[in-house]
Design a protein around this ligand. Structure first.
Ligand code: NAP
Length: 538
């Protein structure tokens, strides 16, 4: 049995950051990673066209000014290989690999009440004993593949976007299917279209997307960002989304249609996700949202030649950004190619897979390769994979059977000394997740330092605090349009999943203030104890 102070699960952006921070404070840290290398989702999502839809300079660590200065991003939105190179660079530069154990999947984590420590077990039969236990497993890390009848009969290659093979995948001369039109499907479509003999995109829900306006980063731009990096970070930390866009105080309904058109046009060509912030109420008011949605539909329509395909691609059944929109590079234009076909699943659903392809209610399709871009079991998928057993033998799955409950998205009652990073209850997927990750981990490190200074060994979330935070999450989301549609924000992506809104919609800046207030007031909502004996009394 190995004994550590902090055991971290996952070696993606969050796990590496946690290792760096806690090791820097003198704690003995170990990271367990199921895969063979660092990178988390950026290791696994190697599909063609994969790139980040947050600008490179903002989707990067802020903890080291030296790292900021020496790393040179080549494009405004970095590709997956470049992000993976960055993660590897960080791992090398800060000598992180020596505390990461690869090819090691945690299967069980059990809180031992007598010692007030966690016992972590792995698939390979190893055991770790740790005081603190941190889940850094991401939110989009458990791929979800539909289980169509006949799937196992299909003889061609089947690939999931979130578990892209490490061997080279070629498309030349092949008939390829992509199922799913979220960010992953939309990103890979124009790239695969260039090489495949024929590409069929199976769409269930038409999705909004904004052009990436990607471009190479010039030396001048790089120097400019690096000369003012702190100010840029400050803007990100103090913005609602962590993307650095400052709140626009104007309502979309308080300007003339001409003014609005001009503002949308400017944002469309320049801002990526920032488009959603052209007016402050786009995500708050349906009428305001309609103005943005209508603009996007007109933009989509303007680049698709075929009138029937065009109509099918227009998102109409949900408010813009109430589900995660995409940022694309030529998705809609790809349907103008002779070798690309749109298969509308609402019109003609999939009946079954056959040995040679897919049969829909309309026709028999023959494919050499089928790609599932069907998303993930979001937020809780990877938290439920291992068996996490808290106080009194309760499992995390049981505890969250009606949906996740947390205090501040940081910890869960009955699971003492367990942290969850950028999971449910935190801004997470509603923010630049890089900003939220660093914010939470630094806060957790200060929290543990506070415990040490006060000679406390155990923390636990108070039940009332957890209830209150859940109430606050629900109150904040009611101000928005997020509840107006099904999405993975509210558990609709997996049949039978509790339908609760999982991330915190109050914004990065607001969340940050709440975390800081909690700390300033002596970590309200948490109980502390010097040893396990107190547990009897709580
Ligand atoms: P996703 O957004 O959940 O999209 C999944 C797609 O598959 C949807 O179009 C969905 O249709 C469809 N689908 C699911 N089950 C299906 C079924 N049984 N039959 C037919 N279609 C089905 O997943 P994703 O595209 O992988 O993206 C997930 C998230 O990862 C993104 O929202 C984003 O947060 C992140 N991401 C980011 C980037 C980036 O930074 N650029 C890139 C990729 C992903 P319905 O809508 O009808 O359910």
């Amino acid at each position: 049995m190995q004994t550590v102070d902090v055991l971290v699960i996952g070696a993606g952006f969050a796990g590496l950051r946690a290792l760096y921070r806690f090791r820097g404070l003198g704690y003995k840290v170990k990271v367990l990673e199921a895969s063979e290398d660092v990178g988390g989702v950026w290791y696994h999502n190697g599909y063609p066209g994969a790139r980040c839809d947050v600008e490179s300079y903002d989707y990067s660590y802020s903890f080291s000014p030296e790292l900021e200065q020496e790393w040179r991003w080549s494009e405004r939105y970095a590709t997956q290989p470049e992000i993976l190179r960055y993660i590897n660079h960080v791992a090398e530069r800060f000598d992180l690999r020596r505390d990461i154990q690869f090819n090691t999947r945690m299967t069980n984590a059990t809180y031992d009440e007598a010692s007030a420590r966690w016992v972590i077990e792995t698939e390979g039969g190893e055991t770790f004993d740790t005081q603190f236990f941190m889940m850094c497993v991401g939110q989009l890390s458990t791929p979800k593949s539909p289980n169509y009848p006949g799937l196992s009969d299909y003889k061609g290659e089947v690939i999931h976007s979130g578990k892209w093979p490490k061997h080279e995948v070629t498309y030349e001369g092949k008939r390829v299917a992509i199922i799913g039109t979220g960010s992953s499907g939309m990103q890979m479509t124009p790239v695969i279209a260039k090489y495949a003999k024929h590409l069929t995109v199976f769409q269930r829900t038409p999705n909004y997307s904004i052009p990436a306006a990607n471009a190479p980063v010039t030396d001048e731009e790089d120097a400019q960002v690096k000369a003012h990096y702190r100010e840029r970070r400050d803007r990100a930390w103090n913005s609602a989304t962590g993307l650095g866009f400052m709140p626009n105080k104007t309502s979309a309904l308080d300007v003339t249609p001409e003014e609005r058109e001009k503002a949308y046009e400017a944002a469309w060509n320049r801002l990526g996700f920032g488009f959603a912030l052209t007016y402050y109420d786009i995500l708050l008011n349906k009428q305001a949202n309609d103005t943005a949605a209508d603009f996007i539909r007109r933009k989509i329509a303007s680049v698709v030649n075929d009138p029937v395909v065009r109509e099918k691609l227009l998102p109409r059944n949900h408010a813009f950004a109430a589900r995660r929109p995409s940022v694309d590079s030529g998705y809609f234009q790809a349907f103008n190619r002779d070798n690309v076909e749109l298969a509308d699943l609402l019109e003609s659903p999939i009946v079954e897979f056959t040995h040679e392809g897919i049969r829909t209610s309309a026709k028999n399709h023959v494919f050499d390769m089928i790609i599932f871009a069907t998303g993930f079991d979001v937020f809780t998928g990877s938290l439920f994979k291992p068996n996490i057993i808290g106080r009194g033998g309760i499992t995390l799955k049981q505890k969250w059977s009606d949906g996740p409950v947390t205090h501040l998205g940081v910890g869960v009652s009955d699971f003492p000394n367990m942290f969850i990073v950028v999971g449910p209850g935190s801004p997470s997927l509603l923010s630049n997740v890089m900003v939220s990750t660093e914010e939470q981990i630094d806060w957790m490190a200060a929290f543990v330092e506070h415990m040490k200074a006060n000679k406390q060994a155990v923390f636990e979330v108070q039940h009332d605090a957890e209830k209150e935070w859940g109430h606050h999450i629900n109150e904040r989301v009611k101000e928005t349009l997020y509840l107006s549609t099904d999405s993975y924000y509210n558990g609709a992506e997996v049949k039978g999943k509790p339908r609760v809104f999982m991330p915190y919609s109050g914004g990065v800046r607001g969340y940050r203030r709440i975390l800081h207030k909690c700390a300033a007031e002596g970590y309200t909502g948490f109980s502390f104890a010097a040893n396990a004996a107190w547990l009897e009394k709580v």
